[in-house]
Design a binder for this molecule. Structure first.
Ligand SMILES: NC(=O)c1ccc[n+]([C@@H]2O[C@H](COP(=O)([O-])OP(=O)(O)OC[C@H]3O[C@@H](n4cnc5c(N)ncnc54)[C@H](O)[C@@H]3O)[C@@H](O)[C@H]2O)c1
Length: 434
């Protein structure tokens, strides 16, 4: 029946909104105002109310910061630089000119941990929130400075792997504060993982190897969001793409998208490139590397530098030759060369630029998560891992639509009632997969 199962209009939306902190609520309300054509006209005509100022400021500030951050990361600072992945922030660091930065291109492993440590315990301040990407910063604080968790109001984690660690801690009853899983926000996963990698995989490969893609045989390991982006980009340039998967659902998706699903061991001796995108470890092992053909390119777009078993390549019989920055030839005794990019680290973050627009979407999601955790009254969030309310995901997306001059259709009252949702969202239930 037509009306069966209809919910009271606004019920779901109001419930979601009720769980947001007042500041966030103000921003969300402001966003709603911006997105009705009449109020947008009104707002543009006037000097704008507080809501507009808040949303515009957030957007502009985010874009400016991202641009600056990218430039900062690309030049090697003499003393310090911003750590691009893991960073901690304090309330006093809202003025960007006062932020201490600890990172530079080409950090060694020791440098990396030194930078992390400095972020945690630089002179005269202590973090009160953690904004992490990969879980290294959180892990470091757990190991070295557990007492800091008394002050830390929450953790915001962006990566698949970092989030996995947080859920493990939560399951073991060892999570020391509330955490937001930003990775599984739709506006992160469906944009950063997919579109960012779709654009930057080709850029990273071109800049390092100048390889031509047409007709090249490529294996992409993992057909999650990152793998899907990489496969789509490579296919579009005429590469013959094979996929490896452990999950039958993702494997079936790959099949239906026109890719052959294979075991790496079946194809490894004939392909020109192997790209890992699994978030897993030792996906490409020495047994695979031994069988690769001369000139095969190996790189990673997934997690850290664990996906390719590098330890197995650092043995006496193999010679390493650095042919240009981020490009090593690993040479077998018979003269065979495997071309290893970025020493197995994330190719796009190491060797190409990543689209700042996509980063803006993720950074906005992170910022909202931080604001929400910081402002939440005691008791709203326990020592557990949470997802951002759907309403905030939609808000992040709505902030980025003007860049495309996109015009949203508004539900009529009747249509909203028919669908059982609020006219102002959330437009989908939490289980909707996009
Ligand atoms: N390079 C970047 O800019 C970037 C951006 C976002 C995420 N990431 C990282 O990329 C990784 C993947 O992210 P995602 O969103 O695609 O995750 P995902 O979970 O959606 O996809 C990973 C896929 O790999 C598969 N897999 C796991 N082990 C495998 C194995 N041994 N062989 C073959 N397939 C295997 C899983 O079944 C899954 O489908 C994560 O570590 C994430 O942090 C990188």
């Amino acid at each position: 029946m037509e009306n069966e199962g209809q919910l009271n209009e606004d019920t779901e939306g109001e419930k979601d909104l009720a769980s947001c902190s007042p500041n966030l609520l103000q921003m969300l309300k402001a966003a709603e105002t911006r997105w009705t054509p009449q109020s947008r006209d009104k707002a543009e005509a006037s000097e704008a109310g507080a809501g507009k100022l808040v949303t515009e400021a957030l957007k502009t500030d985010m874009q400016i910061r991202l641009t600056e951050e990218k430039q900062e990361f690309n030049k090697r600072p003499t003393k310090t630089g911003r750590r691009s992945l893991s960073r901690s922030i304090s309330q006093s660091s809202t003025d960007s000119s006062g932020i201490s930065i600890y990172a530079w291109r080409g950090e060694s492993e020791d440098d990396f941990w030194w930078c992390i440590d400095k972020c945690v315990c630089a002179d005269a301040w202590q973090p009160n929130m953690i904004l992490d990407d990969g879980g290294d910063l959180t892990h470091w604080i757990y190991k070295k400075y557990p007492s800091l968790f008394k002050r830390i109001k929450g953790i915001v984690e962006e990566s698949v792997t970092g989030v996995y660690r947080l859920y493990q801690l939560s399951k073991a009853g060892r999570l020391c504060g509330p955490a937001m899983n930003v990775n599984d926000s739709v506006t992160k996963q469906k944009f950063d993982n997919l579109y960012c990698c779709k654009e930057s995989i080709l850029d990273g490969l071109k800049r390092t190897t100048d390889v031509m893609f047409g007709g090249k045989q490529v294996v992409v390991c993992g057909y999650g969001e990152v793998g899907k982006g990489c496969c789509a980009a490579l296919k579009a340039l005429g590469a013959i793409v094979y996929v490896t998967e452990v999950d039958p659902i993702c494997a079936l998706q790959a099949c239906m998208d026109g890719f052959r699903v294979v075991k790496l061991s079946e194809m490894v001796q004939q392909v020109d490139m192997v790209i890992t995108c699994t978030g897993n470890k030792n996906v490409v092992g020495r047994e695979h590397l031994n069988r690769m053909k001369n000139g095969c390119i190996v790189c990673n777009m997934g997690h850290s530098n664990t996906e390719i078993d590098l330890t197995s390549l650092r043995t006496a019989e193999l010679r390493w030759e650095r042919v240009r920055p981020q490009v090593d030839h690993v040479i077998w005794p018979d003269g065979k060369r495997v071309i290893l990019l970025a020493e197995g680290r994330l190719l796009n973050l190491s060797c190409s630029t990543v689209p700042s627009f996509v980063l803006s979407i993720t950074a906005t999601t992170q910022a909202l998560a931080l604001i929400e955790l910081y402002n939440a009254p005691d008791g709203r969030y326990k020592q557990d891992v949470y997802l951002l309310p759907k309403k905030m995901d939609e808000y992040v997306a709505s902030l980025h639509l003007p860049a495309f001059d996109a015009h949203l259709t508004e539900l009529t009252d009747d249509q909203a009632k028919y669908l059982g949702i609020s006219k102002h969202g959330p437009f989908k239930p939490n289980y909707y997969r996009y």
